[in-house]
Design a protein around this ligand. Structure first.
Ligand code: SAH
Length: 431
């Protein structure tokens, strides 16, 4: 989400004549887009922010913009006191405060013209195009901003504000701009993306949006994340199974395997219900790959409770597990009401156990690709090899001189590891 927000802002600045700077010391404008979902992310943001202080002292005309979840949608006056070298504070997904600030710095007639340009840029939303620029083959496109769920541990609703689905026609317009700039895969983003459209009158829901976007000829692949188990409707599952451009890959976090912990987390489902959902997805979407998120060390997580998470991952053999160690976030229910009673060492131990388990599962799952042919959409070359992904989101490397950017090709898989596959191009054409 932050990557998409940053790109939108960067493109707006480029349209006003700014250029990316390779070196932070040479920049006239620095934007620090921040995440605070875990303590470690917040610490990193504060560290970077503090390091900008001396730069600002040397170069008073430098403009520093602090953006994102450290600021939040409601602003944060304490931050202004603590970091007086920041010129502009802005909420997640909101490029306007910086653009307005920069326009006010222009001479009067120039400022007038900038303000008109800024109005156009803000209206373009995520589709803001930089003339002549090629986009990445795969681009993220936010479609639901904010979140209105109340997971006990999660700070996102407090910082990104209530859930707002974006207008389907605006999303379509963004997607068409993407397509005209070389994008071949669009990843739709939302905190609970399977709730898309519920808050808008007469809006399509996610299946409708996916079929609208499927009609853009240049777009070859569509993905979406993140889903909440309770909003995974049969209709959505059917549309993933039936729309050829929608990839068979579902990101649907469980967070914990123990029912008591799930209840305390306020997730709204049980271990058994999640298992049933996974079985249903596998039954209805042939070859589906499933990703989950896990938090270890939530308050009150005993060894026995943790074992339920371990067993669940061992039984289900999911394709991805994003693992996190619990950290209390300011203002959340769990930070206010529940003691952070699992030690740092114990959180780390549980984290490592799951990490090892999942690595072994993936090594085995990926072996099934060996000798098979997979359809790969190639994105870019890195260290001499082409990087692409299968429909199931496996990373594939191919060593070739051919320019494969944006091409979907059949690849024969010749080597597999837990984190990637390596193969060679199958001959194209033929009879
Ligand atoms: N709505 C998204 C949330 C994205 S945050 C979703 O449901 O996936 C990404 C992940 O960070 C969450 O899924 C969760 O596993 C983790 N996370 C959120 N708050 C956390 C906290 N306080 N401590 C540790 N991990 C946390």
């Amino acid at each position: 989400m932050n990557a998409a927000d940053s790109r939108r802002l960067a493109r707006s600045l480029e349209n006003l004549g700014y250029e990316p700077s390779a070196d932070v010391d040479e920049a006239d404008v620095i934007v620090l887009n921040t995440c605070v979902v875990r303590q470690s992310a917040e610490d990193k943001a504060i560290g970077r922010l503090s390091s900008l202080k001396s730069l600002k002292r040397q170069k008073p005309q430098l403009v520093i913009n602090l953006m994102g979840c450290l600021v939040g949608v409601h602003g944060n006056p304490a931050l202004q006191k603590r970091f007086p070298w920041v010129d502009v504070f802005s909420a997640p997904s909101d490029p306007q405060p910086l653009l307005d600030f920069l326009s006010r710095r222009q001479e009067a007639d120039q400022a007038e013209q900038w303000r008109r340009e800024i109005d156009v840029l803000l209206d373009e939303e995520f589709g803001v195009a930089v003339p002549g620029e090629q986009r990445s083959v795969s681009e993220n496109l936010p479609v639901v901003l904010g979140c209105s769920h109340a997971c006990a541990y999660c700070v996102i609703p407090l910082r990104r504000g209530r859930e707002r689905s974006r207008d389907a026609q605006k999303i379509l317009k963004d997607a068409k701009t993407f397509a005209s700039q070389g994008v071949r895969e669009i990843v739709l983003l939302g905190q609970i993306i399977d709730r898309y459209g519920l808050d808008l009158p007469d809006s399509p829901r996610l299946p409708g949006l996916l079929s609208l976007l499927s009609d853009i000829p240049e777009i070859k692949r569509l993905r979406f994340l993140t889903s909440h188990p309770n909003w995974m409707t049969d209709e959505l599952i059917t549309s993933v199974a039936e729309l050829p451009k929608v990839m068979p890959h579902i990101e649907v976090p469980i967070q914990a395997g123990d029912d008591g912990i799930l209840m305390a987390m306020r997730r709204g489902y049980t271990n058994q219900q999640y298992r049933e959902l996974v079985a249903k997805l596998r039954d209805r979407i042939p070859g589906v790959s499933i990703a989950t998120d896990i938090i270890v060390g939530f308050p009150g997580e005993t060894e026995a409770a943790f074992q339920k998470t371990y067993d669940l991952l061992a039984d289900l053999r999911l394709d991805v597990a994003h693992l996190a160690r619990y950290s209390p976030r300011p203002g959340t229910y769990s930070a206010r009401e529940l003691p952070d009673d699992v030690s740092t060492e114990e959180k780390m131990r549980r984290f490592r156990l799951l990490e090892d388990l999942q690595e072994n599962i993936l090594r085995e799952l990926n072996q099934a690709y060996l000798g098979k042919s997979a359809s790969v959409l190639f994105e870019y070359r890195i260290k001499g090899r082409w990087y692409g992904r299968t429909p199931t989101n496996r990373i594939v490397f191919v060593d070739t001189e051919e320019d494969l950017a944006g091409q979907e090709r059949q690849v024969k898989i010749e080597w597999t590891g837990p984190w990637s596959l390596v193969g060679s191009l199958e001959p194209t054409g033929g009879l």
